[in-house]
Design a protein around this ligand. Sequence first.
Ligand SMILES: Cc1cc2nc3c(=O)[nH]c(=O)nc-3n(C[C@H](O)[C@H](O)[C@H](O)COP(=O)(O)OP(=O)(O)OC[C@H]3O[C@@H](n4cnc5c(N)ncnc54)[C@H](O)[C@@H]3O)c2cc1C
Length: 375
Amino acid sequence: MLRESVRALAEAKIAPHAAAVDEESRFPQEALDALVANDLHAVHVPEAYGGAGADALATVIVIEEVARVCGSSSLIPAVNKLGSLPVILSGSEELKKKYLAPLAKGESMFSYCLSEPDAGSDAGGMKTKAVRDGDTWVLDGVKRWITNAGVSDYYTVMAVTDPEKRTKGISAFVVHKDDEGVSFGAPEKKLGIKGSPTREVYLDNVRLPADRMIGDEGTGFATAMKTLDHTRITIAAQALGIAQGALDYAKGYVQERKQFGKPIGDFQGVQFMLADMAMKVEAARQLTYSAAARSERVSLGSTADKEDLTFHGAAAKAFASDAAMEITTDAVQLLGGYGYTRDYPVERMMRDAKITQIYEGTNQVQRIVMARNLP
Ligand SMILES: Cc1cc2nc3c(=O)[nH]c(=O)nc-3n(C[C@H](O)[C@H](O)[C@H](O)COP(=O)(O)OP(=O)(O)OC[C@H]3O[C@@H](n4cnc5c(N)ncnc54)[C@H](O)[C@@H]3O)c2cc1C
C-alpha cells in the first residue's frame, strides 16, 4: 500500500518536473511541497516526536519510489534522515524534542556536515575545530559537498574538540542556518542530481551554547559512522529507484520502437539485455531490503545484528549503486541515439546514478568497510 501510494504521488506530482529541475539546476520545490503535504518528507522520525514513525524498510521504499522518477527529489527524505539520525541515535531528550518536531512537521530540513575540502574518504582527518569557551563552543572551519546546504535550517556538524585524540577527539553539534558566522558557498556545478543543492558550509567563529552538542564530547565520529551504517541503505534505495526507473522506461520503449520491420524488443539480443537489467535490479532490491531489516533490528536494540549491519549496509550501497550505473547505461544503449539526448529521461538517470557510487563513502571505501566486517 505504501509503495502504491508513493508511486502514484511521485508520478503525479514529482515526475512532471524532473526534467526541468535537472535542466535548470533548481531545487525541486514541487517535490518538497508534495512530500510535506503527504507526510513523506521525513518518514523516519519516531511518532513520539510527531513523526510518521516509519521503520527502515518503509523509509527505503519511500526513497526508492521517489528516486524512480527523480533522483534529486529522493534526497529530500534521504538527507533529512542522514542529517537528523545523529540526534536520534545520540542526542539528549531535549535535543530530540527541539529538532525532530519541526522536521516532522515539514517546517525545516536537516543536513549532515562530515566532509571537508581535504577530508573526504579520510573523514577522521577533518580540520574544523570547536573550542570550549565557558558555557559555549566556538566553531571554525569549512565543510564541503553538503547536500541541501542553504535550504536546510539545521546542520549536524562534526568538529575536532581534542586534536590529540584523533577520531576520539571529534564531537557532533547542531548548527542553525541563521547562527551568526554561518554562510554558504556557491552551488556546485554537477554531472547529475542537479536539483539537489550541494554547497560549502563556512563556520566562522560560530558560538554555540554547550547544549547543542550531540551526545558526549568525543563521541561525534562514532555517531557519524553509526549514522552511515543505517543511511548507506537509503543511498542503496536511491540507486535502486533510479535503476528501476530506467528499466521501466526502456521496457516500454523497446515495444514501441521498430527496426527491421518489428519492435526491437522482439530481438533476442535486446531481450537478454533487459533480462540482465531486471536480474540486477532484483538482486539490488533483495540486498537493500535485507540490510534495511538489519537496520531496523539494530534500532530496536539488537546488538547481535550490529556488525552484520555494517557489512550489509556497505554491501547494499556498493552493489545497488554499481548495478544502477550498469542498468542506466544499458537503458541509454537500448534507446540508441535517442537515449543520448535530453528528450528522454534515461540520460538524466545515468548521470544521477553516478553519484550513488561516490557519496556516503565511495564504493572503494565500502569495500574496505566490508573487508573489515566480513560475515
Ligand atoms: C553531490 C555530492 C553530495 C555530497 N553530500 C555530502 C553531504 O551531504 N555531507 C557530507 O559530509 N559529504 C557529502 N559528500 C561528500 C562525499 O561523501 C565525498 O565526496 C566522498 O566521501 C569522497 O571523498 P572525496 O570526494 O574527498 O574523494 P577522495 O577521498 O579524495 O577519493 C578520491 C578517490 O580515491 C579513492 N580512495 C581514497 N582513499 C582510498 C583508499 N584507502 N583505498 C582505495 N581507494 C581510495 C576514492 O575511492 C576515490 O575514488 C557529497 C559529495 C558529492 C559529490
